[in-house]
Design a protein around this ligand. Structure first.
Ligand SMILES: Nc1ncnc2c1ncn2[C@@H]1O[C@H](COP(=O)(O)OP(=O)(O)OP(=O)(O)O)[C@@H](O)[C@H]1O
Ligand SMILES: O=C(O)[C@H](O)COP(=O)(O)O
Length: 408
């Protein structure tokens, strides 16, 4: 178990706080959604109120993407959310950054520049090697402690996530703590346990399905979304050209064989859609599996009503349900029903856990509430839901392994 903010003597301590505010960015290059910033308000206000000197580290986007922008608008929005001044400096570990951090007084907060503006931060390292990168060696001398609240990035072994806790005392922030409490004890949740795998990340979902079935964590795996379509094809269903081309274009064609192998090994526990919804004459039109393939240009955009009735029945007996990924193209009103009904049914299960950024925004858009836990993480949550360790959490648990430099 990692130390938390309860173990940190905050007053007068200069703390590097890694958060995950990787967010949608508008055409103007500014923050377009503040959900991920809101998640970190508790951790940051606690550190500020307890007299910490807070230096915030975070990434935004990936190099080359339109959302690879500075953190200036994030800092402005954080200031509003915290109702407290938050400075921003366009440097991450240079002399200017060190000066900004060294000048912090108790209760001050500064956001440093996007960590991924610096190339080593977009690489993955072993923790000891990450501790020798420019980011960590540059900033570590002006920090007393490191707090990791970036659960959603904890599956990455990047310097800001695994390097700092190797050379500084490390603590889990409140978001990290809550996520680890819930997702780290998946084996202790009530049974029977059902995993619902939808969305478009087919290879990740098949990894999860293999892992949870092999480990005996899942009693059933229900498939939906593009994942469900891949399993239908693997089961010999002709979904038509439009869905097949989509799967091929997304690079998931090879996954069909893996899905078929999974069905061979665990077919009794894997539930497949019994019908799908396509667009016909501008409207939702449902087709049973026996009525497939659809017409030429019709793609399977959602699970249909028979599938929903079948999945809802299975969920009635579940003790725990773990969901990742929407059941269909929820962004289109005609195809939001599968996601809305399936996720609504899941809220009636004793323990209901949801992971995934798109999933969380689907739920907000559809007004579905009442889960036991909605994770801030997509890839990180998926990895934890298979009871696999996360590199950033392991680095926090292991603690500093290197000699601290002597004070001048
Ligand atoms: N049948 C379908 N055909 C095409 N796209 C689909 C279908 N079902 C779901 N999708 C798309 O899947 C996307 C979300 O999938 P994704 O796997 O990225 O979700 P997530 O796990 O919640 O997100 P993340 O892991 O990025 O946080 C949505 O944009 C939705 O439109
Ligand atoms: O949005 C996320 O899932 C995390 O911030 C990690 O981002 P990445 O997938 O670009 O590493």
């Amino acid at each position: 178990m990692t130390d938390t903010l309860d173990d940190l003597d905050v007053e007068g301590t200069t703390v590097g706080v890694r958060i995950d505010v990787n967010s949608p960015i508008g055409d103007d290059g500014m923050l377009a959604d503040d959900a991920r910033l809101r998640a970190h308000v508790d951790t940051l206000s606690e550190l500020i109120e307890r007299g910490g000197r807070v230096a915030v580290l975070a990434h935004q986007g990936r190099p080359g993407g339109d959302d690879f922008v500075t953190l200036e608008s994030h800092a402005d929005r954080l200031s509003e959310l915290l109702d407290h001044p938050v400075d921003y400096v366009d440097a991450t570990f240079s002399a200017a950054a060190r000066e900004a951090v060294s000048n912090l007084e108790n209760g001050d907060c500064v956001v440093l520049e996007n960590t991924r503006f610096y190339s080593e931060e977009y690489m993955e390292f072993e923790p000891e090697r990450a501790a020798r990168t420019h980011l960590v060696t540059g900033l570590e001398p002006v920090l007393d402690a490191y707090v990791n609240d970036a659960f959603a990035a904890a599956h990455r072994s990047q310097p800001s996530l695994v390097g700092f806790p190797t050379v500084l005392p490390g603590y889990a922030g409140r978001v990290m703590e809550a996520e680890l409490d819930t997702l780290g004890s998946i084996e202790e949740t009530p049974e029977p346990r059902i995993y619902v795998l939808g969305g478009a990340k087919v290879s990740d979902s098949i990894d999860v399905a293999w892992s949870v079935l092999e480990k005996g964590l899942a009693d059933h795996v229900l498939t939906a979304g593009v994942v469900g379509n891949v399993f239908l094809i693997a089961d010999g269903v002709d979904l038509g050209d439009a869905s097949s081309d989509f799967i091929y274009d997304q690079g998931y064609w090879d996954e069909i064989d893996r899905a078929a192998d999974l069905l061979d090994a665990y077919g009794e526990q894997v539930a497949l859609p019994r019908d799908v919804a396509v667009e016909r004459d501008g409207q939702r039109h449902e087709l049973g599996i026996n009525a497939l393939p659809p017409q030429d240009d019709e793609a399977a955009m959602d699970i249909g009503s028979s599938t929903l009735a079948y999945y809802e029945r299975l969920l009635e007996d579940a003790g725990t349900v773990i969901l990742n990924g929407p059941a269909g193209v929820f962004e289109d009103e005609a195809f939001e029903m599968g996601t809305r009904r399936l996720y609504n049914a899941a809220t009636d299960v004793e323990t209901s856990i949801v992971g995934g950024g798109d999933t969380a925004s689907a739920l907000r858009q559809l007004g579905v509430e009442g889960f036991s836990h909605v994770s801030t993480g997509g890839g990180a949550a998926l990895r934890m839901l298979t009871a696999e360790p996360l590199p950033a959490v392991t680095a926090l648990e292991n603690g500093p392994t290197q000699q601290q430099p002597a004070d001048d």
